[in-house]
Write a protein of this length. Sequence first.
Length: 148
Amino acid sequence: MGRSQTTFSKREKEKKRQKKREEKAARKEERKANSQGGGLENMMAYVDENGVITDTPPDPSNFEEVDAESIVIGVPKKEESDEPTVREGIIDFFDETKGFGFIKEIGTQERFFVHVTGLEDEVIPGNKVSFELEQGLKGLNAVRVKKV
């Protein structure tokens, strides 16, 4: 008859594996026994009116009724301003070869960039013009520029 294929080292390794399984099961049972459990109620946290996290639920008598229609979601609509939309100014500088220039507003003396695409009429430095402003990448740009 032949000998068994299990050697001494194989039996020792199997004993170690079995011992590890038993220790792991014992640790799992210990965690179960020591955990508070209780499900979802023990895990809940509440925020009171001061923004402090507590474990007690808020008092329903302190609730404030909010009308869902009054909540604005998104960007609020732009309000009408008393600032005029059409402004007047004088062409301070304009380079036709490069296609840009600057308009100096009458009254405030502010300078605004103008590109050739924003012109409706041909202009030269010194012309009096009317224009509107739009936000550009680097600031306010004059658009819809017309001679006055």
